[in-house]
Design a protein. Structure first.
Length: 99
């Protein structure tokens, strides 16, 4: 008989964070935001030299995973790390890599 609940909630969360981080552009965005309090999407677009639609998709993935949060300051959107989830991700990855 196969166990049905062998994957822990921590493993599920770590996998969700890892999937969101699974693109070099997203890693760059997270690195940049970890060094700043916040950043506007327009500034990110200029810095990365990518289409706004492409940047928007990357930000959407990071936001869906809970690693960043966005606040509308019309006509711009300000993005920041979600510090609580960022710290949780660091802890989960550290625990996993220390196995």
């Amino acid at each position: 008989m196969i166990k049905t609940n062998i994957i822990t909630k921590e493993q599920q969360k770590a996998a969700r964070y890892a999937k969101a981080m699974g693109h070099p552009t997203r890693m760059y965005i997270l690195n940049l935001l970890s060094k700043k309090s916040c950043c506007y999407s327009g500034d990110l677009s200029e810095d990365l030299h990518i289409a706004k639609s492409t940047l928007s998709q990357h930000l959407k993935e990071l936001k869906a995973a809970g690693l960043i949060q966005g606040e509308i300051e019309a006509p711009k959107i300000k993005y920041c790390l979600n510090r609580e989830n960022w710290n949780e991700a660091k802890k989960l990855f550290k625990n996993f890599l220390d196995i």
